[in-house]
Design a binder for this molecule. Sequence first.
Ligand SMILES: [Zn+2]
Length: 425
Amino acid sequence: MGLDLILRNARIAHCAEGLDIGIAGARIAALAPDLAGDAPQQQLDGRLVLGGFVETHIHLDKSCILDRCRSEEGTLKEAISEVAAAKRAFTEDDIYARARGTLEKAILHGTMRMRTHVEVDPRVGLKGFHAVRRLKDDYAWAIDIELCVFPQEGLLNDPGSEELLVAACEQGADLIGGCPYTDSNPHGHIARIFALARQFDLDIDFHLDFDLDASWMDIDEVCRQTAAHRYGGRVAVGHVTKFSALAPARLTDVARRLADAGVAVTVLPATDLFLMGREHAHSVPRGVAPAHRLCDHGVICSLATNNVLNPFTPFGDCSLIRMANLYANAAQAGRPGELAACFDMITTLPARLMNLQDYGLAVGNPADLVVLDCADAGSAVAELTVPLFGLKRGRRSFARPSPLLYPPTSDTIGRSAGSPHSPAD
Ligand SMILES: [Zn+2]
């Protein structure tokens, strides 16, 4: 077979033996131990290879605006109102420039598939949608992006929003989202989003149940409508911080309901930790939904970034490994199996959430590969392992050269360094 490149001795999550990966053009052409062939080759020495990280929930359009907003209270209400005010001054070029900087960080951390939420309403119009769509085209060499248009400030209470959502769907939005907790009629909001999704045959991704009051939840209505519209497998919900306030038996009931309905969950640890529990002066609750427990009941869950450097989350470097590590910390998920589950929630499970049919290391799939400087998935999460390089459709798309140490030699102490070497070589 005509291979263009062979990566030797790669480790793959949940696979005990080392494998060689043969690449022909843009695709994985062979996957086996000791591949024959005289194609150019690279020795990976047992390093972990994955099909790129998968980001299911990020807001490129409103990233990097801390210099334009107040963030004093650190509450969800403040974040929404501050961004609502700031976005009136957004221009398409301004959105593009900020989103590009954020996207490049994600690419450099090994993200190769991404769902970005884009705000559409009468304040910002379609500027965010047009800017991020340009970005999607311009960076297709490194990452596959899908655009989820949604009304952050409500739908039924915000005249003009639905017409703009329809316009975005007519112009090629990849899916539609909702935000019922900001609407004066949350269930009516959910119903309209399902109606629009069916009209344009799009999947749905809601922002949902984003506080710690477990006395009521919109998830029941989302599950009910998912079943009524036969939309199982096409609906995801993000945040659901209310789940963190559920006692174990009730959480199990909700998990079974989600699994039965085919509703997936994205947990956003950085934002949820930052915004939740602000009413507490001490012993602040974590407010992070226990995704790994939902997975135990068959719910498809992902961990994702959400916001970067804005009043919703004044942090962020777009590393999904960091999100997995942050989640593991907050959720007290430190056993080897739990750490590996956290890795799955930034790789294979989000790929299922997004219904990606060609993700992962398999013959025939695109040669999307990221190499990590570690041997197993649990270590990657525990140690925040940095990617070394990646291939997108067989072409090198980024590299992060290894750091070097320069120890002194006996005759050069205090003057110059000895031979450099990688840490722990
Ligand atoms: Zn979000």
